[in-house]
Design a protein around this ligand. Structure first.
Ligand SMILES: Cc1ncc(COP(=O)(O)O)c(C=O)c1O
Length: 445
C-alpha cells in the first residue's frame, strides 16, 4: 500500500493522516468517518494552477463541487484561488452560504430548473453553461425580464468516447449532455446565442467523462473544440474567448491505477490547444479546467469499525464494516475498486485475503477482493481514496445517518460536517391526520 499526501505509519503502528492518529479519530468522532487531508487538497490545487499556469497564458481552474462540496471545502477552494463549478440549487446555495464569490461560480446542468436559472441571475453568478437550444432562449428571456445581459458558455458534446465506464462517458455522441458537434447543433447554438440580446456568449465547454487515464481522448476533444472556436470565427465572425475542457483526470484508487500526473496532463492539454490554435491560425483562447476527483479523491479516507468476520471454508472471508452502500455507492454503481488497511495494525503485514462487505440489505460489497492485516472485531478499517463522489453521493438507504467528516491538518482534526442523527432522519416525515385517527380507532377497539 502506497501512502499518499500526509499519510504515514506513526510510532504506535497506526495510520496517521494530517498528523492525526486515525485510530484516535475513530474513537473521538465515531465511525464511519470521512477524513480529509487538507494539505493534500491544497497541494493539488497549487499543482494545477502552477503546472497549467507555467504553460498557458491565461488559465482558470474551477473546482467541480459535485465531487465533494461542503462550506469548508468552498473556503479552501476560494483561499487557493480556484473558481467553482456547481450544478444544482443545493450546490449553489452551499457556495453562496459559504460566501464564495458568486462571480467565480459556473452553473452547469443538462436540465436546469427555472428557479435555478433565476437564482443564478439574482445572485450574479459568473457564468451559466447552457446545455441545449431551448435553454438558450430561456436564459435570454430571463435576462430580458431582469433587465440584464447574462454571461453564458455553451456545453458542447464533441463526440468522444473516452476510455472509462460507459456511465461516465459524458462527451460521446449518444449523451444527454450538450450540443453535438457532429450533427451541427453546437454551431447552431453558438450562432443562436450570439444573436440573443440578453446573452453574452463567453465560450464553449466540454467534459468528456471521468475518470480518464488515457490523455489521447482529451487531445481529440481539444482538436474538435479548437476547430469549433476557429470555425465560429471564420464562418460567423463570432469570438469565443474561453475554452473550458472540463475535468475528468483519473486518480489512484488501487496500486494498479497509474493516472497521468497533473504536470503531464498540463503538458499534453496545453500543448494540444496551442498546437491546434497555431494550425488554425487563431489566438489561443483562455483555458478553463474543472477538476473534481483529482483534487479531493485521494485526499479522502473513510474509517469504519470492523464488526463481523465470516470465514466460508474454501470460498472466502467476509469482513463486515459499519457502513457501506449509503456512504459509498461507487462499488455498486460502477464496480469501483478500493484498497484498505487496518489502521490500528498498519505496520503489520497485509496478507489476509478478504472481501469487505457493508451492512446494507443488498450484496453491498465495498471491496470485492483485497488483502489486509489479520482482521478482528473492533479493528478500524481505513478505505483509501474516498474523497470524491462518496459523501456527495451518500444516501440514507436503510435509514442510515450520513457519517461525519473531519478535516485534518498539522495534527488538528476539525469537524466540517456533523454526523446525521436518528432525529435528522425523521425530521421531514409527516403523518397525515387520518392515519393517526385510524390508529386511535384501532386502539379504542
Ligand atoms: C461538467 C463537469 N465538469 C467537471 C466534472 C468533474 O469531473 P472529475 O471529478 O472527474 O474531475 C464533471 C463530472 O461529472 C462534470 O460533469
Amino acid at each position: 500500500m502506497q501512502m499518499k499526501g500526509t499519510q504515514r505509519i506513526n510510532a504506535a503502528g497506526h495510520l496517521e493522516i494530517g498528523g492525526c492518529d486515525t485510530v484516535e479519530l475513530a474513537r473521538e468522532f465515531g465511525t464511519p468517518l470521512y477524513v480529509l487531508d487538507e494539505a493534500q487538497v491544497r497541494g493539488l490545487c497549487r499543482e494545477y494552477l502552477q503546472q497549467f499556469g507555467a504553460r498557458y497564458h491565461h488559465v482558470m481552474v474551477a473546482y467541480a463541487g459535485k465531487a465533494l462540496l461542503t462550506k469548508a471545502i468552498c473556503a479552501i477552494m476560494e483561499s487557493e484561488g480556484l473558481h467553482l463549478d456547481v450544478c444544482s440549487a443545493g450546490e449553489l446555495y452551499t457556495a453562496l452560504d459559504a460566501d464564495f464569490p458568486p462571480e467565480h461560480i459556473k452553473f452547469h446542468g443538462n436540465m436546469k430548473l427555472a428557479e435555478e436559472l433565476q437564482m443564478c441571475i439574482d445572485n450574479h453568478v459568473g457564468l451559466i453553461v447552457a446545455d441545449s437550444l431551448p435553454e438558450l432562449g430561456d436564459i435570454n428571456e430571463l435576462g430580458a425580464g431582469n433587465g440584464t445581459v447574462v454571461d453564458i458558455a455553451i456545453r458542447v458534446s464533441p463526440g468522444i468516447k473516452a476510455q472509462t465506464h460507459t456511465y461516465t462517458q459524458t462527451g460521446r455522441l449518444d449523451s444527454k449532455f450538450g450540443l453535438g458537434v457532429e450533427y451541427g447543433a453546437a454551431m447552431a447554438g453558438i450562432v443562436a446565442a450570439s444573436e440573443m440580446p440578453h446573452l453574452a456568449l463567453r465560450g464553449i465547454h466540454c467534459h468528456i467523462g471521468s475518470p480518464i487515464f488515457a490523455l489521447e481522448s482529451y487531445e481529440r476533444a481539444v482538436e474538435i473544440m479548437v476547430d469549433l472556436v476557429a470555425d465560429a470565427r471564420e464562418q460567423h465572425g463570432i469570438e469565443l474567448a474561453d475554452l473550458n475542457l472540463g475535468g475528468g483526470l483519473g486518480i489512484r484508487y488501487t496500486h494498479e491505477d497509474a493516472p497521468p500526473s497533473i504536470e503531464h496532463f498540463a503538458e499534453r492539454l496545453c500543448g494540444a490547444v496551442l498546437r491546434r490554435c497555431e494550425e488554425r491560425g487563431i489566438d489561443p483562447p483562455t483555458l478553463t479546467l474543472e477538476p473534481g476527483r483529482s483534487l479531493v479523491g485521494e485526499a479522502g479516507t473513510t474509517l469504519y469499525t470492523i464488526g463481523v468476520i465470516k470465514d466460508i471454508p474454501g470460498v472466502r472471508t467476509y469482513v463486515a464494516v459499519d457502513g457501506g452502500l449509503s456512504d459509498n455507492p461507487r462499488p455498486a454503481l460502477y464496480g469501483a475498486q478500493y484498497e484498505a488497511i487496518i489502521a490500528n495494525k498498519a505496520n503489520e503485514p497485509a496478507s489476509r485475503a478478504v472481501r469487505v462487505a457493508g451492512r446494507h440489505c443488498e450484496a453491498d460489497t465495498l471491496i470485492s477482493d483485497t488483502t489486509v492485516q489479520e482482521p478482528e472485531c473492533g479493528d478500524i478499517l481505513a478505505v483509501f481514496a474516498t474523497g470524491a463522489y462518496n459523501y456527495s453521493m451518500a444516501s440514507n438507504y436503510n435509514r442510515f445517518p450520513r457519517p461525519a467528516m473531519v478535516l485534518v491538518n498539522d495534527g488538528e482534526a476539525e469537524l466540517i460536517t456533523e454526523r446525521e442523527t436518528l432525529a435528522d432522519l425523521v425530521r421531514q416525515d409527516l403523518v397525515p391526520e387520518r392515519l393517526r385517527a385510524q390508529r386511535e380507532v384501532a386502539e379504542a377497539e
